[in-house]
Every structure is written in structure tokens, then in C-alpha cells.
Design a protein around this ligand. Structure first.
Ligand code: NAD
Length: 501
């Protein structure tokens, strides 16, 4: 990514392929005025979109899905060029994302339609219902690591809930966003319900200031804090999907080969640039050495590179390599052992696989997000220690557990302070659209995906309709003594010692 700005009115954002620096595309940077125009157009379009109702919106979203599906290879190619990830990984990202778009567009009416709720004995004269209405315009701010899957987790659900979207993609991946905007304009021509504004953090800040009705932010916790502070000025609600320091727990009875396979996939796939992957592994003492030896063999086979058949690509964000290098240097200097790779693995924009053992628990690589193909493996005395250490982090996004005893896996899952747990897989929730996704602590708050994801982008409206006069007339300035005496009796019957409750 390069920002070329001879004068501020003609600034261009150039997107480049991190593998060879070749240009993927170039777009004008949206300043505050351009963002304001996009939000105003979205606001007009939002009325039309809301008026389509669930059935109309589903039809348009399905048409968009078909348009994307027909161009899936072309989209995967753009993703691959902007991020450097192998084309197979990029295609998998497209497949997973469309599953969510499909589900959200079909399920929205079931989750969000107005529903009657009990009004209670004392209010039997009223008919009560809960409905979910769109906010209006949702501003979506996205990261670069999964430039389609991640923002679409907000976009698909917010659109299905009836909102219009203005999307500010990462400055590293504008071409991917522009590709999906073009697909929208082909599928639903003439209605800018979904539009893209291109630029860096300044354009993101402009979107927050443009008076949108909700912000869906995905990125680092540091930026999340700044965005949330800006939202506070207008009390704009926000959902935050931030980073993770995800742990895997390997119990003594685990299928070690399966655990190794998933540790390598979750820790090193996409060059480790996966918020919900694996960064730490806690292994019960009796199987620690065997696990580590199998993991080392599997990780050493990986070969990063620019080709489609390479295991993974370069670091998408060049300066992320420096963070990885710094964390590795510190860990080694403080006594950690690199079982695979080491500080020399960081070279020429790529990071080779790294497996560390004996890392002091307060090292950055044990506590901060690494976002590189690095696994820190620790021996734990028992599963209680594994749970304690998994929870000993500021983050709380996901965790995984490997055990053949599924009841034990479920019981451990209940003790982990994270938003999603997988048992005997990693990232297993990613393709299950009915499962909400989100974190706690520095990993953020609020949920995308699933019914909760649809509600996240809805304003709850309660309606109480008085259908006949109440038995006791209490909401009046002329309450009678008789009604008050009766009210007291009812109170004791319902809530006092004399009552049955
Ligand atoms: P980042 O925080 O640097 O940037 C995220 C987005 O915020 C970008 O579009 C950026 O331009 C924008 N931005 C920057 N400053 C802004 C400001 N002041 N106001 C408004 N917008 C601003 O994150 P990144 O490097 O693009 O992405 C990597 C991070 O994202 C990692 O921490 C990763 O764990 C996280 N992530 C989380 C999830 C999740 O769902 N929890 C998914 C993917 C990535």
C-alpha cells in the first residue's frame, strides 16, 4: 500500500502485491467530504432497502451471492494478490463467506420479525411484542488478514437486518472491497445500499465522524480504543472484533496427530495472521515431549513462498515482520529454545515456521498478539493449570481443546474466558453461520454471525398495545381506594409469604 498525495484533493491509494510489489489497483482516497457524500447516499438507499422487507432483501442478497459465486475465482485472485496468500486459501475464504451471506439473508425474517411475548397476569389487557428494526447506515471498518470473510461477517448480517453499509476496507486491501462493490452494483443496480470508501485510518476516522448509526470495527485493540473514543462523542454504538492470543489445550488422552495437524494449520496457516488461530499450546506433561517432537516434524515441512503450492505467503503487512522478530529475539535472549526456526526465520518479507519451548510466561511472545507463524508450546502439570494459563491473558477470542473424552472437552470449554471454543478442531466455528462470533476483554465485544449477529445490527423496539380496559385502573391520576386495596392483595399473593410462587 502506498499513499500518493501531491495535493490533498488528488491523493491516490495504490494497492500492491506483497510478494513482488506489483500494483493491484489505485483509487482516490476518500476525504471527509467524500465520506459524507457516501453516507448521505447510503441514507437515502437505506429507506428503499428497509421498504424491501425481509423477502425483498433476501432476493437481492441472493442475487449478490450468485454474482460473487460466478466470479469466485476472480475474487480469490484479487484477495491472493493483495494479501499474498495462496489462491487455495483465498478461495476457501470466499466459500466460507458465502455460507454466511446465504444463512443471514434466509434467516433474518425468523430472527427479527415482530414476535408476541407474554404480557403477564397483571397486564393481561395488553398485547406485548418485540420487533427488531435496522439502525439505518452502518459504517464497517475492516482489517487486511481476511479482507473478504472478516468484514462480510458484519456486512452480510447488517444488510440482512435491513441496514445500508458504507465500508472502509484496510488500506492494504481496497481492491477486494471494490470487487465486491462492483458485484453489488451488478446485482442490485441503482441502489448504493452497499458502498466502499477507500483510504487509511484518516478515512476510517472520517466514517466514524460522518454520522453513521452504528460502527462495526475489526482490527487491533489499539485502534479499537481510538475508534470507540470517537464513537463516544455522538454515543454511536459500536461492535468491536479485535485481536486474540488464542490457546490450544492438549489433554493427555488427545489424538496427538490430530492436535498437531490443527496446531500447524491454526498457528501457521495464512502466515499466522489469523485472529482466531493458535498462538499458544498447553500440553499435559505426560504427552508434552511426544507432542512437541511430532509438532516439530510437521512444522519443519512447511515452506512459505509466493507460489500457489507454497504452504503460506509473505507477511501481508511488512512491519508485522518486525514485531515477530522483536518477540523472537526477546524470547531467545530470555532463555527460550527454538525447536523449529528462530529469529533467522524472519527474512525478505516472509517468516518461516517457528516453534518455541521454555518461554518465560511474561515474554511478549507469550502475552501479546504475534500474528506470525509462531507457536509457543508449554508443558502443564494438569488441565487445571492449562485452564488457568489459557485464561491468563488480556485477550479472550477463541480457544481449542484436544481430548478423546468429549464430556471432558465440554466441561473445559465452560471454564474458558473466550467467545468461542472448539473441541478437537481449530476454527471449526468459522463455517457454522448459526454460531455467533466475538470476544471479550481486549478481543472486543458484541457479536457478528448467527442470530446474535443479526440482532447486533438491529434496534430493539417493544410495543405494548392495550386491547381492553385493565381490571385494576392504576395508570391514572384518579386511582380508587378499592383498586389500591386489591393491588396490595395481588402483590402479597404474587410475591409475599402467603403466595404460591
Ligand atoms: P488496524 O487496527 O491497524 O486497522 C484496522 C482498520 O482500522 C483499518 O481499516 C484501518 O485503516 C482503520 N483505522 C486505523 N486508524 C483508524 C482511526 N483512527 N479511525 C478509524 N479507523 C481507523 O488492524 P489491521 O492491522 O488492519 O488488522 C489486524 C488486526 O485485526 C489484528 O489485531 C487481528 O487480530 C485483528 N482481527 C480481528 C478479527 C476478529 O474478528 N476478532 C478478525 C480479523 C482481524
Amino acid at each position: 500500500m502506498t499513499l500518493i498525495a501531491d495535493d490533498p484533493t488528488s491523493a491516490q491509494l495504490v494497492s500492491t502485491d506483497p510478494r513482488d510489489g506489483s500494483q493491484v489497483g489505485s483509487w482516490p482516497v476518500a476525504d471527509q467530504a467524500a465520506v459524507d457524500r457516501a453516507v448521505a447516499a447510503a441514507r437515502d438507499a437505506a429507506e428503499w432497502w428497509h421498504a424491501q422487507g425481509f423477502a425483498g432483501r433476501k432476493r437481492h442478497l441472493q442475487a449478490w451471492k450468485t454474482e460473487i459465486t460466478e466470479g469466485a475465482h476472480a475474487l480469490a485472485d484479487v484477495i491472493s494478490r493483495e494479501t499474498g496468500k495462496p489462491s487455495g486459501d483465498a478461495l476457501l475464504e470466499v466459500v466460507l463467506t458465502l455460507t454466511h451471506l446465504d444463512w443471514a439473508s434466509k434467516e433474518a425474517h425468523k430472527v427479527l420479525r415482530r414476535t408476541k411475548v407474554p404480557s403477564g397476569l397483571a397486564n393481561i389487557n395488553q398485547s406485548a411484542s418485540v420487533g427488531y428494526e435496522p439502525y439505518g447506515v452502518v459504517g464497517v471498518i475492516g482489517p487486511w488478514n481476511y479482507p473478504f470473510y472478516t468484514p462480510m461477517g458484519s456486512i452480510s448480517y447488517a444488510l440482512s437486518a435491513g441496514n445500508a453499509i458504507v465500508f472502509k476496507p484496510s488500506e492494504l486491501t481496497p481492491a477486494t472491497a471494490k470487487w465486491i462493490e462492483d458485484a453489488w452494483n451488478r446485482a442490485v443496480p441503482g441502489h448504493p445500499v452497499f458502498s466502499v470508501v477507500v483510504g487509511d485510518g484518516a478515512t476510517g476516522a472520517a466514517l466514524v465522524h460522518a454520522g453513521v448509526d452504528k460502527i462495526a470495527f475489526t482490527g487491533s485493540p489499539g485502534t479499537a480504543r481510538k475508534v470507540m473514543a470517537a464513537c463516544a462523542e455522538r454515543l454511536t454504538p459500536i461492535v468491536v472484533e479485535a485481536g486474540g492470543k488464542d490457546a490450544m489445550i492438549v489433554a493427555a488422552d488427545a489424538d496427538l496427530d490430530a492436535a498437531v495437524g490443527f496446531a500447524v494449520f491454526g498457528g501457521m496457516g495464512n502466515a499466522g495472521q489469523t485472529c482466531a488461530g493458535v498462538e499458544r499450546v498447553f500440553v499435559e506433561a505426560s504427552v508434552h515431549d511426544e507432542f512437541l517432537s511430532r509438532l516439530a516434524k510437521a512444522a519443519a515441512k512447511l515452506h512459505p513462498g509466493p507460489g500457489a503450492s507454497d504452504s503460506y505467503g509473505p507477511m501481508t503487512l511488512a512491519r508485522q515482520s518486525d514485531i515477530v522478530a522483536r518477540q523472537l529475539d526477546e524470547a531467545i535472549a530470555r532463555g527460550a529454545t527454538a525447536v523449529v526456526g528462530g529469529p533467522d526465520s524472519v527474512a525478505d518479507g516472509y517468516v518461516g515456521p517457528v516453534v518455541l519451548r521454555d518461554v518465560p510466561a511474561d515474554c511478549a511472545v507469550s502475552r501479546e498478539e504475534t500474528f506470525g507463524p509462531v507457536l509457543v508450546v508449554d508443558r502443564v502439570a494438569d488441565l487445571d493449570e492449562a485452564v488457568r494459563r489459557t485464561n491468563d491473558t488480556d485477550y479472550g477470542l477463541t480457544a481449542s481443546i484436544f481430548t478423546k473424552d468429549l464430556a471432558k472437552g465440554r466441561a473445559l470449554a465452560a471454564r474458558l474466558k473466550v467467545g468461542a471454543v472448539t473441541v478437537n478442531s481449530v476454527l471449526g466455528f468459522a463455517g457454522i453461520p448459526s454460531l455467533p462470533f466475538g470476544g471479550r476483554g481486549d478481543s472486543g465485544f458484541g457479536r457478528i454471525h448467527g442470530a446474535d449477529g443479526l440482532r447486533e445490527f438491529s434496534v430493539v423496539k417493544s410495543v405494548a398495545v392495550q386491547t381492553r380496559k385493565p381490571m385494576l385502573d392504576l395508570l391514572t391520576m384518579d386511582r380508587s381506594e378499592k383498586d389500591m386495596r386489591m393491588t396490595e392483595k395481588v402483590l402479597h399473593l404474587l410475591h409475599g409469604r402467603r403466595g404460591k410462587h
